[in-house]
Write a protein that binds this ligand. Structure first.
Ligand SMILES: Cc1cc2nc3c(=O)[nH]c(=O)nc-3n(C[C@H](O)[C@H](O)[C@H](O)COP(=O)(O)O)c2cc1C
Length: 328
């Protein structure tokens, strides 16, 4: 078993947290991750009170966390009270200013995780007393700023935390899709990893089979960050954010051509909605990270966690042995 500050503080047996993937991280997937020894988190995404209520009811008695998109939560702050009343295991805030929500989360004694994209956001997270900083690199699936890579952001955030708030934990997010990635995250100074894409492809995930099969056949090079799906879905993301998704006919047509997309929005929205209904992922979106290039199968969440833990332990043992031999 790999023991870290994350596993001891949250009573886990694997240093893995499920990424709060909008609606994909539902009660079934989140409870599977918690039962397997990780920390399951519901992806509240753009905010839907009925969905959240239903997920908590399905999840009971298993305790799970909840992740919100902060700029969206600012439009419906009452959702935070709804969630805090359910005594979540953690509250993850990503993408936007977490400051207005921090006091309520601390008062409820719920651990606050803040997903950050750069050092300024990391400093702000420390200032508001976040217990856990999630350093997200641009490799990640779904949204983010995409301005930093996991490989350099994690050690910088770890150094900052060591200097300014040594009790605070650091997690790596973005591209951690097997045990090598988990071992790398720990080597870079993280206490664990937030895993999205790998668990998106797990058996318990609600992803449509056609989307999953397309993703499993894809390589990292088939993913790209863009705003085309935000435009067509009418999600008004603040400047600086983009979403990583599979390149398909829709992305190829509108990528770097967003003004034309806006000019043809009604038609494009019609095409997008029809494609979603028909599970046609040449047009509909498959948000996924660069890690997809090393994701080839569809095991249970428990098998994913066990495999990642086993592989990471083997990597770390090998490195320790190599260092011992080097010294002798
Ligand atoms: C399909 C998908 C949807 C996502 N939706 C959200 C979201 O709603 N809120 C959020 O904070 N992060 C979201 N993310 C990003 C994750 O929190 C996390 O940073 C990312 O999955 C980590 O990288 P990985 O996909 O390489 O594991 C999403 C990621 C994916 C793949």
């Amino acid at each position: 078993m790999i023991s870290t500050r994350l596993t001891s503080r949250f009573g886990l047996s694997v240093p893995i947290v499920l990424a709060p993937m909008d609606k994909f991280a539902d009660a079934r997937l989140a409870t599977a991750v918690t039962r397997a020894g990780g920390l399951g988190v519901l992806g509240a995404g753009y905010g839907d009170a009925d969905w959240l209520d239903a997920q908590f009811t399905i999840a009971e008695p298993v305790r799970v966390g909840v992740g919100f998109i902060a700029w969206k939560l600012a439009e419906r702050p009452e959702l935070l009270d709804l969630v805090l009343a359910r005594d979540p295991a953690a509250l993850v805030l990503s993408f936007g200013d977490p400051t207005p929500f921090a006091d309520r989360i601390h008062a409820a004694k719920v651990p606050l995780f803040n997903q950050v994209n750069d050092l300024d956001e990391a400093r702000r997270a420390i200032d508001i007393g976040a217990e856990v900083l999630v350093a997200q690199g641009g490799e990640a699936g779904g949204h983010g700023k995409g301005v930093r890579s996991t490989f350099t952001l994690v050690p910088e955030v770890a150094d900052l935390v060591a200097e300014r708030a040594p009790e605070t934990l650091v997690l790596a997010a973005g591209g951690v899709a097997d045990g090598r990635g988990l071992a790398a995250a720990l080597s870079l100074g993280a206490d664990g990893a937030v895993v999205g894409s790998r668990l998106w492809a797990a058996q318990e995930s609600p992803v449509v089979a056609a989307a999953r099969d397309r993703a499993l056949a894809a390589r990292s090079d088939d993913t790209v960050r863009s705003s085309v799906y935000d435009i067509v879905r009418g999600h008004a993301w603040p400047p600086g954010y983009s979403g990583r998704a599979l390149r398909n006919d829709f992305v190829r047509r509108w990528y770097d051509n967003e003004d034309a997309l806006r000019a043809n929005l009604t038609d494009a929205q019609g095409d997008y909605r029809a494609a979603l209904a028909a599970a046609d992922f040449n047009t509909a979106d498959v948000h996924i990270g660069e890690g997809i290039g090393i994701i080839h199968d569809n095991p249970t969440a428990a098998a994913v966690l066990a495999r990642m833990e086993r592989e990471a332990a083997a990597v770390l043992d090998r490195l320790a042995e190599a260092a011992r031999q080097g010294r002798s």
